[in-house]
Ligand binder design. Sequence first.
Ligand code: PLP
Length: 382
Amino acid sequence: MNKTEAEIYASLPKAAYVLHEDKLIKNLELIKRVKDEAGISIILALKGFSMWKMFPLVHDYLDGATASSLYEAKLIHEEMGCKAHTYCAAYTDYDFDELASISEHMVFNSVGQYLHFKKKLKSEYPDVSCGLRVNPGFSKVEVDMYNPTAPGSRLGIDASHLIDGLPEGIDGIHFHALCESSSYDLEETLAVFEQKFGHLLPHVKWVNMGGGHLMTRKGYDTDHLIKVLKNFKEKYNVNIILEPGSAIAWQTGDLVSNIIDIVENHGIKTIMTDVSFTAHMPDTLEMPYRPDIAGTTDEINDHRYRIGGTSCLSGDFMYEYNFDFEPRIGDQIIFRDMIHYTVVKTTMFNGVNHPDIYLLKKDGTLDCMRNFTYNDYKKRMN
Ligand SMILES: Cc1ncc(COP(=O)(O)O)c(C=O)c1O
């Protein structure tokens, strides 16, 4: 008989992120369908999902990956076996050669940066296809922290700098203005993009529409996305590239933690866990958002507890959740959807033990992909 999720999780020796292989494959299948039907390229944004042991699987479905730094590009080159599509907010002279040697596309955040490296690119890396990141100055994203188009944003070139056209040698244009967005948000953004940068489109081979296309979210209108992309491609005769991160690992796994203690002060009961919001789920405090916890309800009931992180940071907790059961020391607390971005962004702040990383394979068995120890903490310091 197949084991239940609870039975499988019960066998974990300590806190762990658990990626479900079947859920990842389901997402990749959907994304590949969009890619094939729209006739575009879709690549993985490493900032959202960098579990490189899964890269060969990802590469079976997607066209490659995009890097924002030398280390991401190296990981793509080493573990996906292809060159990166690279965009850095600012390229440094000391990283540039290594980066150029393992990149097939390089996108520049300013005309000045492109001109600074142009001669070197032409003479030493003539196969690198160069692009500029532009800023449409329009976004449907309401949270400033995730809106790269806010006034004065440092990300992307304002239309006023490109009125007279593109510098010689530029093959493509990149924009990134979405975050967990719909195809209708993309459609609106494209209308502004065309209005401001349409005069450049006859002169480029490719347009990279960045990330934020959350096509694997329930209810996302993939048919509409395909239509929008096809229309754009036909109208301008360009190759289209999308580089989602979240969509790849959306809802593909959990952070499983344990109840270590339960404390009560001033009538407020707090479950003390062996994980930390600031170290292991930083977006919950940074964005911020309230993570979904298995076995909880919106109805206020008698099983009402705050969830405490294991660091000493006062704010390392979540306000009250109502459980369907009476939580006890030794029970597990399961935080849903903790794979995309979360795993990439963790720290070892406070020396808190880092959750292990497991793969729950299609056959129902657990594979420990990474076990963290004291040495991981020690080595980061000096
Ligand atoms: C330039 C760029 N591309 C792609 C992405 C991936 O976005 P998402 O994970 O929302 O799809 C980001 C996210 O910040 C980004 O800045």
